[in-house]
Ligand binder design. Structure first.
Ligand code: ADP
Length: 163
């Protein structure tokens, strides 16, 4: 059974992430979507909210598992007995950071392998940051995220105090 991890912030999950999850299904039998919890980084959604949204949108795919972790990715991967991660590549701007991360992870654990999947052209400029900004100012995020995520974004910005 071929298993891979798909780590990220997923704050929130977007159509770009879904694109990678779908592509990974053609290569792997099981995909663990793992939310990196960084206590120093402020996020819009809590880890429970992010996990809930991923579970909801990934419900049709039983090869997807949702989890979260703190600390080093290689340590989490070892604990889970998985040695492969999947990452999505958008424009060339992703490349430098991803190369740095992949080489560092390989240095920390020589068994560790990173697999990069190219996104589809519709999602090349899509990021969770962009989605949060559009939602914050009341723009239509419909083209960028699944409907249940669009709903949560709307609710979130209605309940957040004005800055
Ligand atoms: P971001 O906040 O940049 O959207 P995450 O930390 O949640 O990203 O990203 C997790 C992984 O998903 C990374 O490998 C990232 O490159 C990938 N990813 C994010 N958005 C897209 C997209 N639009 N198309 C393909 N991959 C993406």
């Amino acid at each position: 059974m071929k298993v891979a991890l798909y780590p990220g912030s997923f704050d929130p999950i977007t159509n770009g992430h879904l694109d990678i999850i779908e592509r990974a299904s053609k290569i792997f039998d099981r995909l663990i979507v793992a939310i990196l919890v960084n206590a120093q980084k402020q996020t819009l959604f809590t880890v429970e909210e992010r996990m809930g949204m991923i579970r909801e949108v990934a419900r049709p795919w039983d090869y997807v598992e949702v989890d979260h972790f703190e600390g080093l990715l290689v340590d989490y991967a070892r604990r889970r007995g998985v040695h492969t991660i999947v990452r999505g590549l958008r424009a060339v701007t992703d490349f430098e950071y991803e190369l740095q991360m992949a080489l560092t992870n390989r240095q920390l654990d020589p068994e560790f392998e990173s697999v990069f999947l190219m996104t589809s052209k519709d999602n090349v400029y899509l990021s969770a940051t962009l989605v949060r900004q559009v939602a914050q100012f009341g723009g239509d995020v419909g083209p960028f995220v699944p409907p249940c995520v669009a709903r949560r974004l709307k609710e979130k910005f209605q309940t957040l105090p004005e800055k």
